[in-house]
Design a protein. Structure first.
Length: 202
């Protein structure tokens, strides 16, 4: 009786048994796992790669009955390194969630920056509240003369040669907004010239 009970158990573990999960020809073999891995890799390859930079994280403590309740605000800059950039502010009770929300908002607000090779197309000065940001184009090889939040925004946009200076408040939110507004105001000089000639002829 003992041998009769052990026979089916041993046969069930083999490749040809009814529970042939361990063999290559079983219903749960590696053949079914292969396509799943390939499909996941294909989805990852189709997703565009973005440069994501966390500029500043602010912590706010609210005193309530029983202790303090913390919330975090993350300023995230996202760009593709080829002329597109955006920024977002995410708020949550945890730092990772705040960064995730900021990244989602930044991807939604991305726009195209008018560039001239590796630098910006022309000089621009923008002001947001108490912060002023000056950006000037530079020749190839100059590098990025910028610091703090301005550098993070320009690196995400793909600008490698630029001269910049920040005046007034160094608040990270104001600096990022002023830099983003300046990049939005950039225009193609040739297009502006053609428009002015057209107005002069009219």
């Amino acid at each position: 009786m003992v041998q009769a009970q052990q026979g089916p158990r041993r046969g069930g573990g083999g490749p040809g048994g009814p529970r042939g999960g361990g063999g290559p020809g079983g219903p749960r073999g590696d053949q079914n796992r292969g396509p799943r891995r390939d499909r996941r890799r294909g989805e990852e390859d189709d997703t565009p790669e973005f440069i994501e930079k966390v500029v500043f994280i602010n912590r706010v403590a609210k005193v309530v009955k029983g202790g303090r309740r913390f919330s975090f605000t993350a300023i995230v800059v996202v760009g593709d390194g080829h002329g597109r950039v955006g920024f977002g502010m995410g708020r949550a009770n945890e730092v990772p969630e705040a960064i995730r929300k900021g990244g989602v908002i930044a991807r939604r607000e991305m726009f195209k920056v008018q560039m001239n090779g590796t630098t910006i197309s022309h000089d621009v000065v923008t002001q947001f509240k108490a912060t002023s940001v000056l950006m000037r184009p530079a020749s190839a090889g100059t590098g990025m003369i910028a610091g703090g939040a301005v550098r993070a925004v320009l690196e995400a946009a793909g600008v490698t040669d630029v001269l910049s200076k920040t005046y007034g408040s160094r608040n990270a939110v104001n600096v990022v907004r002023a830099t983003i507004d300046g990049l939005r105001k950039l225009r193609d000089p040739q297009q502006v010239r053609n428009e002015r000639l057209a107005l002069a002829r009219a």
